[in-house]
Design a protein around this ligand. Structure first.
Ligand code: FES
Length: 381
């Protein structure tokens, strides 16, 4: 169905229905699959103030945004989170906290509920402490388990989000069992996307097709067992699909992301694309950034699509895929996403997949997210 008929306009006059506020890139964890920029540490002194975020919220509501995710980094590191939730709620947003759970004390949870927080998405990686703690590079497991218990205790609608990769994909059944015992109604097994830190660690993180299929089988088995008591999301990663994902439902169609320094972007990763101008709400009104800025107009709609996308009968399904993935894997964001089997660059995906099945290969340690862990010089194209 064409997007226009689903109420989503691709001509720049549509509403940014989903607003994602990256309040900070600071985080107590060191996840090797983090999608924050490699130079995340440079943003601390440039974070928007409370009043600047409130201005963003007002402008976004005027633009028509309704669903709001407070994310990061770890948004609980902002002392003004409760104040921002309260303000967002008062002007009509449906508020969602996307958190690692670190710092989510009962006192804070009660304050967030009083402020009007409607929904929590908690990330967990495993149900064994030694595994979680090793993966996130911190003693975080007990805090995450306690956060899950508290979120349920205080009656929040909740999604448990498990980022899935080679190191934990076999643990999906025990995660479902644990979540069912706790009465969690929604679990998302999110096969990770390979940007930034995850791309750097891709060879070590990416599961084989066999592992993905087995995980899918197990999930389907549990869906049958649990019936309507739990909804389980599991999507086959685009590396194995032969078709790209409809990233963000199309560039600048319904998603609006604000980075900690107020730069407005169509997705969280857009800053990897060279040659585009990234403008902050400190410089321009949000309505101009959404409707008029060259960044949002660059890949909006279908007219810009290259071949083979422009003559493809699936272009209204996937919009040519992900611009950031096209850039990171082919060096040019104007290309068809190489996840598509019709892309002339699809071999880069096939090569990455082939690495996952090599049994006698040299295992590198995962690079943990940390300041100065890597040089970002190679980001110059
Ligand atoms: Fe940027 Fe897909 S993550 S377009």
């Amino acid at each position: 169905m064409p997007q226009e008929q689903r109420g989503v306009s691709l001509d720049g006059q549509g509403k940014p229905l989903w607003l994602s506020l990256e309040l900070t890139y600071r985080c107590p964890l060191k996840c090797s699959w983090c999608n924050n920029p490699l130079d995340f540490d440079d943003y601390g002194s440039r974070e928007l103030s409370t009043e600047e975020w409130k201005q963003v919220l007002r402008e976004a509501r005027e633009l028509g945004a309704l669903q709001l995710g407070f994310t990061g980094g770890e948004p609980l590191l902002r002392d003004d989170l409760e104040e921002l939730v309260e303000y967002a709620d008062s002007i009509g947003f449906y508020t969602n906290l996307i958190t690692s759970g670190i710092g989510l004390t009962e006192e804070r949870l009660i304050a967030l509920k009083a402020a009007g927080l409607k929904h929590v998405q908690l990330s967990v990686q495993a149900i064994k402490a030694e595994i979680t703690d090793a993966l996130v590079g911190a003693r975080a497991h007990a805090l995450k388990m306690e956060a899950a218990r508290l979120i349920k205790k205080h009656g929040f609608p909740m999604v448990l989000n498990m980022p899935v990769f080679k190191q934990n994909i076999a643990m999906i059944p025990e995660m479902i069992e644990w979540a069912a015992d706790l009465g969690i109604e929604y679990i998302e097994f999110a096969n990770i996307q390979y940007y930034n830190w995850a791309l750097m660690n891709r060879d070590e993180l990416m599961p084989t097709l066999e592992q993905v299929r087995e995980a899918e089988r197990v999930v389907n088995e549990w869906r049958g067992k649990l019936g309507k008591t739990m909804t389980i999301y599991f999507v086959i990663p685009d590396y194995y699909e032969g078709r790209p994902k409809a990233c963000m439902n199309g560039w600048g169609a319904i998603h609006l992301t604000l980075a900690p320094d107020g730069v407005a972007m169509p997705c969280q990763e857009a800053r990897v694309i060279p040659g585009l101008e990234f403008i902050s709400v400190r410089e321009k009104p949000l309505t101009w950034l959404w409707h008029e800025s060259p960044l949002f107009r660059k890949y909006r709609g279908l007219d810009w699509l290259p071949e083979p996308c422009s003559s493809c009968d699936e272009k209204e399904k996937d919009f040519g895929g992900c611009r950031c993935q096209a850039l990171l894997l082919t060096g040019d964001a104007n290309n068809t996403d190489p996840a598509c089997s019709r892309s002339p660059h699809h071999h880069v995906i096939e090569d990455a997949v082939a690495v996952t099945t090599k049994s006698l290969r040299f295992h590198k340690p995962l690079v943990k997210r940390s300041a100065n862990a890597v040089s970002t010089d190679f980001m110059e194209y």
